[in-house]
Ligand binder design. Structure first.
Ligand code: ATP
Length: 248
């Protein structure tokens, strides 16, 4: 028997500014506890897909005009981003997006905003984040805007963890980071997935690294899924090798 997926995106269409059709019927499923990669070139629609799920499109004048999105079998299309965070769906935006004037620790604590007065739990999770990212413990009192790109990416992921997510939508975590640091961050994400049971849906242009950490992948081209399969199968696929793995 197949278990119900944690997240399912069913044939969604997304339009920006009422006329620009960007997603032309995208479907994907994310199993509970999985790491799924959303791959494709710049502009293929990866970020739009993540924002459709976390309902962050409205701020960009975008809307889902067809299809549906379900979390544990329940439609979540009409939930606000805030309600989705409470339900365990959180996005880590591309480009890291820390609050530059707050310290690293204050940034992490903002991630717990939906948890009210759960002080002991929040403190425990802060320690958990520092255990996964020892570098952040060292930098806890530094103003985030003055930390490195890698540290800001770690802060952004740590902040998401502070909301006690079921699924983290991770947009382009490798962006602008040196290969060694990319590897280090993916290693930590994998450990969080395994040890905390946090499901990961990851958008990446770096196909090579994404397919080494994900179990399953979807390739988007021009707003459509053109191929999907287990990560090891995709890595052996001749088209994937030629068009997506050739550069790395
Ligand atoms: P990237 O790596 O740049 O994030 P992507 O695969 O995530 O690429 P999207 O950012 O989802 O792609 O963009 C898909 C298409 O939608 C692109 O053609 C882009 O120009 C267009 N687009 C994105 N945001 C908007 C917007 N707010 N208004 C109009 N068009 C947009």
């Amino acid at each position: 028997a197949t278990e119900r997926p944690l997240l399912s995106v069913n044939n969604i269409e997304v339009i920006y500014d009422h006329v620009i059709l960007v997603l032309k019927g995208v479907s994907l499923t994310v199993p509970k506890g999985g790491i799924v990669a959303l791959l494709g070139a710049n502009g293929a629609g990866k970020t739009t897909t993540l924002k459709a799920i976390s309902n962050l499109l409205r701020a960009e004048r975008g809307e889902v005009t067809k299809g549906s999105i379900e979390l544990e079998g329940e439609a979540v299309d009409n939930m606000t981003p805030n309600d989705l965070v409470k339900r365990g769906v959180i996005q880590v935006m591309e480009g890291r997006h820390c609050f530059e004037h707050l310290t690293v620790e204050e940034n992490l604590l903002t991630g717990a905003y939906t948890r009210g007065g759960d002080r002991a739990g929040i403190q425990r999770d802060l320690e958990m984040v520092y255990d996964y990212f020892p570098r952040l413990r060292e930098r806890r009192s530094s103003q985030a805007g003055y930390t490195s790109g890698g540290e800001q990416q770690m802060t952004a992921i740590g902040r998401a963890l502070m909301s006690r997510p079921k699924v983290v939508l991770l947009d382009e975590p490798s962006m602008g980071l040196a290969p060694q640091l990319v590897e280090q961050i993916f290693e930590i994400v994998k450990r969080i997935n395994e040890q905390e049971g946090v499901t990961i849906l990851l958008a990446e242009q770096n196909t090579n690294v994404a397919l080494r950490y994900a179990k399953y992948g979807y390739i988007l081209e021009n707003g459509r899924v053109v191929m999907d399969g287990p990560a090891d199968k995709l890595r052996e696929n001749e088209d994937v090798k030629e068009f997506y793995l050739g550069l790395s």
